[in-house]
Structure formats: C-alpha cells, structure tokens
Write a new protein. Structure first.
Length: 240
C-alpha cells in the first residue's frame, strides 16, 4: 500500500509495476490510479474507486455469464446460476487480487495497516471497470478470463459432477433424442418426516426408482440410477 503524488496523466514507477503485474497497459493512466484508490485516501467517496466497483461487478458478471452460456450449452439455468455465483464471489475476487499482488499497489490512507478480503475483492472489481473503460469489453473479457477461466472450469466440473440430473439430460438427449422426466412413485412416513420414491423416465423407458428424504434428493438419486442402468452398471440406489 502506498500514497501517490504524480502528474494526472502519468503513472508512478510503482503503478507501472502494477501494469506489469496485471498484464495490461492503460491508454488512460488515470483510470488505473482511480481503480486503486480506496475511500480512506480520497478527498471524497466520489473520488474513490467505489463507483468503479459498481460497474466492474456488472462487467464481471456479464463476462462470466457469457462464458458459461457458450461453454456449457447443456447446463440448466440453475447450474449456470450456481457456477456464476461461486466464480464472482467475494472470496474468488479476493483470491485473484492476492494472486496479482494488488495489495501492494492499492492507494490507501495512513490509517489502513492491512487490507481485508472485502477490500481486495472491491479492488479487483474496480480494476475490471478501469480496463473496460480504457480498452472496451474485449480487453475486460481477456483480463477476466485470464484470471478466472480456471476457476470457471473447476466450479463447473464440481457442479456437473454433483448434478446427476444434468448428466442424465445430456445422456438422454444424445442417446434417445429426448429429455428425461421424473415421476413420484411412492411416499411413506409421517408428514414431518416423509420419504419419496421417484423414477426417471426417458422416452418410453422407466428406470429403477430411488428413495430420498426430499423429492429433489430422490430425483438426483433416480437420475444416477438411470445413468448407471444405461451404462450397464450396478444400481447405486436400489429401491427395493
């Protein structure tokens, strides 16, 4: 963290190092300075990076959603939403800031001795905004995907691995040219502790059902039963 006193159109040596760290050279150097300026060192909150956080968050969300939409055409809306929420979370943004070493380049007041995670997340969003304003959406997209592309793939793999309904949908569309449906076959237990038996149906085929504590859980288990049956494997959740 440091204080900057340089001409409005120029970058200090320290901020030139910041450009090297992030891999982007600004045509409008004042945007980089503004993105790194915390409210504690600004004359007013309007002179800090807070407004840039707002726009940067929107650009970040757009780019991640665009990437997910194009890369995973078989993912349902719920899957895409879960992945997006994880990728643009405060934790993920703060992690990128740490990796880039942005704490060393932030312009803060003398009373700030350490940078918490929320400030690190904010400065990443501000930097996204600065690059967007300086170089346009293509430049912002490149910066975001360079730093979050692997995170998108990791979260997508985790989500996909745990969502058997999505896997079955892809398999059903590929093998049968249709999408699966789920049918409630049975339920048991008192109202406050019911269990549900659900079976997946693809075309005219009904696969072995599975029990779950909720209908959603039963559907996931039924989907995995169907996947295993189609692939010739042993049923993971035999119902009877």
């Amino acid at each position: 963290m440091f204080e900057v006193a340089s001409a409005p159109g120029a970058l200090s040596a320290h901020l030139l190092k910041c450009q090297d760290a992030i891999g982007y050279v600004f045509h409008q150097p004042a945007l980089l300075r503004a993105a790194l300026t915390h409210a504690s060192s600004a004359d007013s909150r309007l002179a800090s990076n807070e407004r840039m956080e707002f726009l940067g968050d929107a650009v970040l969300g757009l780019v991640v959603c665009e990437r997910l939409y194009e890369r995973f055409p078989d993912f349902l809306e719920g899957d895409l939403t879960r992945i997006k929420s994880a990728v643009v979370s405060r934790r993920a943004c703060a992690a990128v800031s740490r990796r880039l070493g942005l704490e060393a380049y932030m312009i803060t007041g003398k009373g700030v001795s350490s940078v918490p995670a929320n400030m690190l997340a904010d400065v990443f969003e501000s930097l996204v905004c600065a690059i967007y304003l300086d170089g346009g959406l293509d430049a912002a997209r490149k910066f975001i995907l360079q730093n979050l592309g692997e995170e998108i793939d990791r979260v997508a793999e985790d989500t996909h691995a745990g969502n058997h309904k999505s896997v079955l949908q892809e398999l059903a569309q590929r093998e049968y040219g249709t999408t699966p449906n789920y049918h409630l076959m049975d339920e048991k237990g008192p109202d406050h502790s019911k269990c549900f038996k659900v079976a997946a149906t693809v075309g005219g085929l009904t696969f072995p059902g599975a029990w779950g504590r909720t209908k959603k859980e039963a559907e996931q288990k039924a989907a995995l039963n169907a996947i295993s049956y189609i692939n010739g494997g042993e049923l993971p959740f035999p119902a009877d």
